[in-house]
Design a protein around this ligand. Structure first.
Ligand code: FE2
Length: 375
């Protein structure tokens, strides 16, 4: 008897179309799919999503990656400058998640960016308030994020016109105003995942900056996959080591096609180790997520499902290894996609608010398990 739980990808994928397509989307003179009506109003019109049905990219190629965190001064002199008396750094929980005020990410030197990579690797997720990244030109932003790895082009999501490397999260104002149709066929919007893990070199240090959102609601929750690994018993950890898991982008691409969206690059599947070692901290973490992980290589179906579902449950149910990031105007959340999973929350409706954010998604190393455990 299989215990596989299949998530609705359409429900999860914040970048795909939502709601009544005919009301929300149309075509412009160049044949691009665009937002229409009040959804085309924004304080940041150059960040509104478009989808080009004729855009197509070759498969991604492998590239050399050195984590900038390896170059960082662990005292963080360039990130947490002691000359600035105004900044505050508050841990959201003892081991995972930090909120920072008074430090402007856009002003970091190259050394400061190296330290940011280390800081986020250590804390898992960092919530930076009152940032001005959203006011920078998109080319500037992509240059900025390229410090942390090669900018990823998402295969299906809406992107600003001319900038496919920027992933946009957009949930329609029209949909929100007409009741949240999401809950017509779901009881929960929680959908834990880490981003695009089907790629051979998935993202590492990842940035999400809010442009518009409801006054409350739309928070993002994060779970610490490193702490989850550390809580497992030694014999169970031993059993997990050496296993590899298939991560698949096929369902996401199918969902985009079925919704009338675009697929810019043919979907891929890759095996990654179930346990992943971080290249900078050398800490190990679970590397599975319900959205993209499919099965453990070499195990029988029910065995694989039992282990994966157990690990998903550990991450989803352990509130004592999670944090909740709220969004304020100007908030930028930076997380390490290698040692965390996250979920958006679709918990607002009726206010006529869109939720609009842009993600900078530098790709990192090919996941590896590191040294085997010694008994
Ligand atoms: Fe995500």
């Amino acid at each position: 008897m299989s215990t596989t739980r299949v998530q609705s990808i359409q429900a999860i994928d914040a970048s795909s179309f939502h709601g009544d397509k005919a009301k929300i989307y149309g075509f412009d003179a160049k044949g691009l799919i665009v937002l229409k009506g009040e959804d085309s109003d924004s304080d940041y019109p150059h960040f509104l999503p478009v989808w080009d049905p004729n855009e197509h990219y070759d498969p991604l190629t492998e590239f050399e990656f050195t984590d900038p965190g390896l170059r960082a001064d662990p005292a963080f002199p360039n990130l947490l400058s002691q000359s600035n008396a105004e900044f505050t750094v508050k841990n959201l929980t003892p081991k995972f998640g930090t909120e920072v005020r008074g430090i402007q990410l856009s002003e970091l030197s190259p050394e400061g960016k190296d330290e940011l990579a280390l800081f986020v690797a250590q804390r898992g997720v960092a919530v930076f308030r009152e940032q001005n990244l959203r006011d920078k030109p998109i080319d500037w932003l992509l240059e900025y994020s390229s410090h942390f790895g090669r900018n990823h082009i998402h295969p299906t999501s809406g992107a600003p016109r001319g900038h496919p490397e920027v992933h946009l999260v957009y949930r329609s104002k029209t949909e929100a105003a007409s009741e949240n149709i999401f809950f017509k066929d779901h009881v929960s919007s929680v959908a834990w995942h880490s981003d695009v893990t089907y790629e051979k070199q998935p993202p590492g240090t990842t940035f999400l900056a809010i442009l518009d959102g409801p006054e409350s609601g739309g928070d993002t929750i994060f779970a610490d996959t490193q702490e989850a690994y550390n809580r497992l018993s030694e014999p169970f950890r031993q059993r997990l080591h050496g296993l590899s898991v298939l991560h698949s982008g096929l369902a996401q691409a199918d969902a985009a096609k079925n919704a009338g969206g675009v697929v810019r690059r043919e979907p891929v599947e890759n095996f990654h180790p179930l346990i992943r070692e971080h290249p900078v901290t050398k800490e190990k973490a679970l590397y599975v997520n319900q959205q993209f992980s499919r099965y453990i290589k070499g195990l029988k179906r029910e065995e694989s499902d039992a282990i994966l579902n157990f690990l998903y449950d550990v991450l989803a149910k352990s509130a004592d290894l999670q944090v909740r990031a709220s969004w304020e105007p100007g908030t930028v959340v930076v997380w390490d996609n290698r040692r965390s999973v996250h979920s958006a929350l679709v918990d607002w409706s009726g206010a006529g608010s869109s939720r609009h954010a842009f993600r900078l998604t530098p790709q990192a190393e090919r996941p590896n398990e590191g040294e085997p455990l010694t008994q």
